[in-house]
Design a protein around this ligand. Structure first.
Ligand code: NAD
Length: 257
């Protein structure tokens, strides 16, 4: 399947799932716009490397997804935006009565409100182009809850709800809007937690992964960033043209429990 000639904007794409999705979209031929809030030399270098590897155009645009004006400016600066992947996200874990207000505000802004701004800015461009695909990276926590993650669970449920609303608002147009709900994915962020957890539980790497980290993931396997990217590419394909307003779980059975 070819996404040649399409431009994809992926928020929060200088690492992890965002980068994995950007890579798979580029492999399918799309030009890609990478984003994060950092604006380091290596962010721009990452875009250059992607362009060379896949023979597509790739750019990095700095924008802070906690700021509504920045979210909208990202879409404006991107020029075309045929495919929008809302991926930027952060986490904080704390009981609700101790949850710091600034962490709550940041999680709601980055993980949920940014999707509102980018979708609002991107839809007119998709309508003008006569084609559009929106893929929101939600989470198994967009469908179920865990203790101590009130802001994250609220934000991700919000993303799933917003996805359904935008799907209905665009239902008669050649535009779709879907959410991907990953379970535990082995990203650098998750990899970094393994050594500490091994020490805490006095377990080896495999035991920590299967018994502690993947306790709620029946497959006892991490999902991969390539699988998230492959699912995003499928949602951009003609085969998925009638798939809209759904939340697709890629979670090794987590939400089947
Ligand atoms: P990650 O930390 O590797 O990636 C997060 C990305 O968001 C980075 O590129 C970071 O630069 C960017 N980001 C953070 N704050 C930003 C801001 N203010 N403005 C712009 N960019 C910002 O983490 P990840 O695991 O790849 O997570 C990506 C998405 O997938 C998140 O929305 C996360 O909630 C979701 N998710 C991850 C998992 C998992 O197990 N890793 C599971 C379910 C859902």
């Amino acid at each position: 399947m070819s996404l040649q000639g399409k431009t994809a904007v992926i928020t929060g794409s200088n690492s992890g799932i965002g980068l994995g999705v950007a890579r798979e979209l580029a492999r399918a031929g799309a030009n890609v716009v990478l984003n994060s809030f950092t604006d380091r030399e290596e962010d721009h270098a990452l875009a250059g490397a992607l362009a060379r590897e896949f023979g597509v155009q790739a750019r990095y645009i700095q924008a802070d997804m906690s700021n509504g004006a920045d979210c909208r400016a990202l879409i404006e600066k991107a020029g075309a935006c045929d495919i929008l992947v809302n991926n930027a996200g952060i986490q904080h874990v704390s009981p609700i009565d101790e949850f710091p207000q600034d962490k709550w505000d940041a999680i709601i802004a980055i993980n949920m409100t940014s999707n509102f701004h980018t979708m609002a800015a991107a839809l007119p461009k998709m309508r003008a182009a006569g084609w559009g695909r929106i893929v929101n990276i939600a989470s198994a926590h967009g469908l179920t809850a865990s203790p101590f993650k009130s802001a994250y669970v609220a934000a991700k449920h919000g993303v799933v709800g917003m996805t359904k609303t935008v799907a209905l608002e665009t239902a008669e147009e050649p535009i779709t809007c879907n959410a991907i709900c990953p379970g535990y994915v082995l990203t650098p962020l998750v990899e970094a937690q393994i050594p500490d957890t091994m020490e805490k539980y006095n377990m080896g790497r495999e035991e920590v992964i299967k018994k502690v980290m993947l306790e709620r993931q029946p497959s006892r396997e991490f999902a991969t960033v390539e699988q998230m990217g492959g699912t995003a590419v499928f949602l951009c394909s003609d085969a998925a043209a009638q798939i809209t307003g759904t939340a697709i779980s890629v979670d090794g059975g987590w939400t089947a429990l």
